[in-house]
Ligand binder design. Structure first.
Ligand SMILES: [Zn+2]
Length: 61
């Protein structure tokens, strides 16, 4: 394994985000009103994955 952890983390966050977008596309509840439980769960997962990815990213000083 030569891929740094933060790279795979960003890829995972991206994938989750795409899944979320796809859900928004076909989910009538998310489209018509606010959000369904699944949509909220997905958004949380995306945010958590991005936080994890950011932690792996070295910060410029
Ligand atoms: Zn939904």
């Amino acid at each position: 394994m030569t891929t740094p952890d933060h790279v795979t983390s960003y890829a995972a966050a991206d994938e989750l985000y795409r899944i979320h977008l796809r859900h928004l596309d076909y989910c009538l509840v998310c489209r018509v009103s606010a959000e369904c439980g699944e949509g909220v769960r997905m958004r949380r997962a995306v945010r958590a994955a991005r936080l994890t990815a950011d932690k792996g990213q070295p910060r410029p000083t």
